[in-house]
Write a protein of this length. Structure first.
Length: 128
């Protein structure tokens, strides 16, 4: 890929991107909701957690560069966990379903299939 092509792709991603500013404690999404976007942490921290009988169980704490919420876009199922800003808030990049689908469709069939299998495995483990 030439530098010019790389620059065009970067500009396209920036133009398609939406930034969401979250205050501490503000949810990006909640467990069992349908998902229409994935997210990338730009600044701050986001907690991924599940609500249990004993309270909230934090599965991961994400910081700059981490993607989350992609599972619902890969397999069109409900959210497996909740996500909220912590430690003073966070800024996230919104990756729409359409933008995500375009990137998935650009992958070779093997890679696309592998991603779907991994998503199925994660869902199976989570339910077990």
């Amino acid at each position: 890929m030439s530098e010019e092509d790389d620059r065009r792709q970067t500009i396209s991603r920036i133009n398609d991107a939406k930034r969401l500013q979250l205050n501490e404690g503000q949810h990006v999404f909640r467990e069992h909701e349908s998902g229409d976007a994935a997210f990338v942490v730009l600044d701050g921290k986001v907690a991924i957690y599940k609500t249990t009988d004993q309270g909230d169980l934090i599965l991961a704490t994400l910081s700059k560069g981490a993607m989350f919420g992609e599972m619902a876009l890969i397999d069109n199922q409900l959210r497996m966990a909740s996500a909220k800003a912590i430690d003073g808030g966070a800024s996230v990049l919104v990756v729409t379903r359409d933008a995500f689908r375009k990137r998935m469709d650009a992958l070779d069939p093997f890679t696309r299939g592998l991603i779907k299998i991994l998503a199925e495995n994660i869902r199976t483990i989570q339910q077990g």
